[in-house]
Design a protein around this ligand. Structure first.
Ligand code: DQA
Length: 163
């Protein structure tokens, strides 16, 4: 993020209108660190969250984290984000490839979302190559490990600033 953008966000914070971002992680991501490290890397979810917290602090935005293995709880979290969060950074994990319910929730709530994936799903098994949820998002970043989250956050903030 540019120094100017960081300054704008810092001023927004001082004026009491800090942007609020929800990071929503789906199934099995609580097992990062031990889960197929050759695919997903060796960082735990807590370590990824910490890097995002540091980036959010620098940008002067508030950030909260949720992880659940349950599709309905993800739907609930998306619905509950209306009026609370300005944007959502979402890794729907396996539900990316199956969930009409998450697509509908993201479309319904009207809170801009960016989809992120640690791995490059386009280069993996056939069933991972399509995302049902990405068309309900303003953008998608994948294949860069933890940097997918950091780049996704940066893109989401730039998008919110423009709107
Ligand atoms: C993932 C990719 C999905 O296909 C998989 O089901 C995951 C993780 C990723 O971050 O690379 O659980 O979303």
């Amino acid at each position: 993020m540019s120094r100017l953008a960081a300054e704008v966000y810092r001023r927004m914070d001082i004026e009491g209108i800090a942007l609020k971002i929800l990071v929503l992680n789906g199934p099995n991501l609580q097992m990062l660190g031990i889960r197929e490290p050759e695919v997903y890397g060796s960082l735990t979810l807590e370590e990824i969250d910490q890097q995002l917290r540091d980036a959010a602090d620098k940008a002067g935005v508030e950030i909260d984290f949720e992880q659940t293995n349950h599709e309905g709880e993800m739907v609930d979290a998306i619905a509950a984000s209306r009026g609370v969060y300005d944007g959502i950074l979402i890794n729907p994990a396996a539900y990316t490839h199956t969930s009409v319910a998450l697509y509908d929730a993201l479309k319904a709530v009207g809170v801009p979302a960016v989809e992120v994936h640690l791995s490059n799903t386009a280069a993996r098994e056939e069933f991972r190559r399509s995302s049902l949820t990405a068309p309900a998002c303003v953008g998608q970043v994948m294949g860069f490990g933890v940097d997918s989250y950091l780049l996704g956050l940066s893109g989401l903030l730039a998008c919110l600033k423009r709107s």
